[in-house]
Design a protein around this ligand. Structure first.
Ligand code: ADP
Ligand code: UVW
Ligand code: MG
Length: 193
């Protein structure tokens, strides 16, 4: 999750690696650092083994035991308490980050849902927004049914605007890498020549 103030990034839930912050498909998200030596001893794994568990086998997959895909976890939750727990933990972590960023920025204008789950999962957006009433969030449940299209999904009376904005991470990464590699300049010079 990223906090923006006047178009400038002021905080992000990721850290040294994407393992920090939110619960992901196979990543645990924030953990008590004392868990690392405890797990290494308990599971008899070395640093690489632990890294593999925390990045590849945790998160939605590890908690639910069902799948790393939110669609499968949501479908399983009625009959599988671990799938329900995975959804609850996923939502709880998002709500906690939104709350802390709202405090850090002394207010909140807009919440943007994006990427795989944010763009596509109306049930997750509904569960998150249902916990944000105290911040002045009022979701429009009909508008929330949108999938993968840019749209405002809050009610007009909502103090905080809620939006879905599709992203294209791969294109953004390619553009940034292109710019930073000075290739862009070289291509321009070549075109002028
Ligand atoms: N309709 C949907 N409902 C819920 N989750 C979805 C839906 N479509 C995609 N996803 C989730 O989005 C994930 C992929 O999102 P993405 O942002 O590309 O994730 P990653 O960064 O892990 O590659 C899928 O694994 C799936 O869990
Ligand atoms: C942070 C992130 O989206 O990582 P990945 O695409 O590897 O899951
Ligand atoms: Mg990703």
């Amino acid at each position: 999750m990223t906090a923006f103030d006047n178009g400038k990034v002021i905080d992000t839930s990721m850290g040294f690696t994407p393992e920090a912050g939110l619960t992901m498909s196979t990543r645990a998200g924030d953990l008590d650092a004392s868990l690392f030596p405890y797990l290494m001893k308990k599971l008899n794994v070395d640093a690489d083994g632990l890294n593999d568990i925390l990045n590849e086998k945790s998160g939605l997959l590890g908690i639910s035991g069902v799948s790393p895909d939110m669609r499968d976890v949501l479908a399983a939750r009625d009959t599988n308490p671990r799938a329900q727990l995975a959804v609850d933990m996923f939502v709880n972590r998002i709500v906690r980050y939104i709350g802390s960023y709202a405090a850090e920025m002394q207010g909140l204008d807009t919440i943007v849902f994006t990427a795989g789950v944010g763009e596509n999962s109306a049930p997750i957006r509904k569960l998150v927004c249902a916990k944000l009433g105290a911040l002045g969030v009022k979701l429009d449940s009909v508008k929330n049914e949108v999938v993968g299209k840019e749209r405002i999904i809050s009610q007009p009376a909502s103090k905080v605007k809620v939006m879905v904005v599709p992203t294209n991470e791969e294109l953004m990464i390619a553009k940034d890498a292109f710019q930073k590699s000075h290739l862009e300049k070289r291509v321009r010079v070549a075109l002028q020549a």
